[in-house]
Design a protein around this ligand. Structure first.
Ligand code: SF4
Length: 438
């Protein structure tokens, strides 16, 4: 008999990919996805531990689901509750104690064991968070129905930035074999996806643990050779790990999109050192210049943290200055959130008060907004290739190769997944507007 599974995914693209793996796997064991929690025989929350807020969201889901489980039990229905992802890995057994109705705690490296674990939790509550080498994907992945497909090329990270939980939750860096990635990419293309986004915490470190030590540029070149009309994106890059060969490859390849996501985190050298980032502002600028000098119309995006422990007002203003000087196209921002397991999370005497962090975050967000508008303005009058990925209120929209959102104002009909050449006529802070010239 078919059973229903409801999955709630919090956090990054890697988690979205993992949820797609979970759903693909469960479809072989008579589960179908439902969007109604009350109908679910299996409730899974795939969690993110980057910020406390995200972990709290997961706990609040579990609280609700405990009530749903009780209600369903009164109707004679059984419900299993699973917490997966980074919070599961970090908190382990504690979660079984904290949430008495929780059936399974499963870390990201244990997903491949899920069918077996589901059988076992019929008998007893379990915690499965052991460290394993990267597992090959045994089952199809139930990908979202969009034009883009995620493809994880590696997991984990060796960098131990002082604020980050990833090395503790996703483990050390492990790359997948090139052939396995190429096989999955071919499968994605054969299913009609028009964009593949390669995922890794630090894609430029790709291959270091593999026998023949293929590098990221080699992988990109192999993917670029695959037949078909599609694009390749990748995220994220560590500033000083980006090689000349990768820049040259992006410049010469036909399918690799001209955009780099390079988290800078702070525009001040003392703060960068305290964050245990292995570069300074000058090195970051050098890499940005090198990329811009080599690749036409390239987009460079970044991440910044406001209110890192001990950050002074002047040091924070260096970040604002850096966004201006570097003319970064877009940046994700966040107020520093202490994670107790990390080095920075233990610097309690240096914590910045919430009000100051909030104020700095709002200044940062204003700067990012104006930088994004300036970046969009560069494209007025230019013709850009747009991949149509949706329609809203009758207006087709899509993204350029360098990841600009474009709304088509010409009232023509397009297919989702169609490539269209668009002349950009005007822009706003968050998107560009134009007409096709096809
Ligand atoms: S490089 Fe990224 S994932 Fe790795 S520790 Fe630093 S912030 Fe975390």
């Amino acid at each position: 008999m078919m059973k229903n599974v409801y999955i709630d995914t919090l956090g990054c693209q890697m988690n979205k990919y993992d949820s797609e793996r979970i759903l693909g796997m469960l479809s072989h064991f008579d589960y179908i996805e439902t969007d109604n929690e009350y109908d679910a025989d299996l409730l899974i929350v795939n969690t993110c531990a980057i910020r406390q807020l995200s972990a709290d969201k997961a706990y609040s889901r579990l609280g609700n689901w405990g009530r749903i489980k009780k209600e369903r039990k009164a109707q004679g229905k059984s419900t299993k509750i699973v917490i997966a992802g980074c919070v599961a890995q970090l908190e382990g057994e504690n979660l079984l104690k904290k949430f008495p109705y929780l059936d399974l705690v499963m870390g990201p490296q244990n997903i491949y064991k899920l069918p077996d674990l589901l059988k076992k939790i019929e008998q007893q509550r379990l915690c499965s968070i052991e460290d394993y080498p990267l597992q090959e994907k045994d089952y199809d992945i139930k990908r979202a129905k969009t034009v883009n497909a995620w493809l994880s090329i590696m997991e984990g990270c060796n960098n131990f930035c002082s604020y980050c939980v990833v090395p503790y939750t996703r483990g050390r860096e492990r790359s997948r074999e090139i052939n396995s990635i190429l096989k999955e990419a071919k499968e994605i293309i054969s299913k009609g996806y028009k964009e593949i986004t390669l995922l890794g915490q630090n894609v430029d470190s790709y291959g270091k643990n593999l026998e023949n030590k293929p590098n990221f540029a080699t992988l990109l070149k192999e993917l670029d050779k695959l037949e078909g009309n599609f694009r390749i994106r990748f995220t994220s890059s560590y500033p000083t790990d980006i090689t000349d060969e990768v820049i040259e490859t992006v410049k010469n390849a036909s399918k690799i999109c001209e955009c780099f996501h390079i988290p800078m985190q702070s525009g001040n050298n003392r703060v960068l050192k305290a964050m245990n980032r292995r570069y300074n502002v000058e090195q970051y600028k050098e890499i940005v210049e090198k990329i811009r000098n080599n690749i036409k119309d390239v987009t460079i995006t970044s991440d910044f943290i406001a209110g890192f422990p001990g950050e002074t007002e002047e040091e924070f203003m260096d970040t604002i200055k850096a966004i201006d000087e570097l003319q970064l196209d877009y940046s994700n921002t966040a107020a520093y959130s202490p994670r107790p397991i990390t080095k920075a999370g233990k610097m309690t005497d240096l914590f910045i008060d919430e009000k100051t962090k909030k104020k700095r975050l709002s200044i940062l967000n204003e700067k990012v907004k104006s930088a994004h508008l300036k970046s969009n303005e560069k494209y007025i009058g230019k013709t850009m290739e747009v991949l149509i990925d949706g329609i809203k209120d009758g207006i087709f929209q899509g993204r350029t190769r360098n990841n600009k959102v474009v709304h088509l104002t010409d009232n023509k009909k397009y297919e989702i997944g169609e490539f269209v050449n668009v002349e950009i006529e005007r822009v706003s802070t968050w998107c560009c507007f134009g007409k096709s010239i096809n």
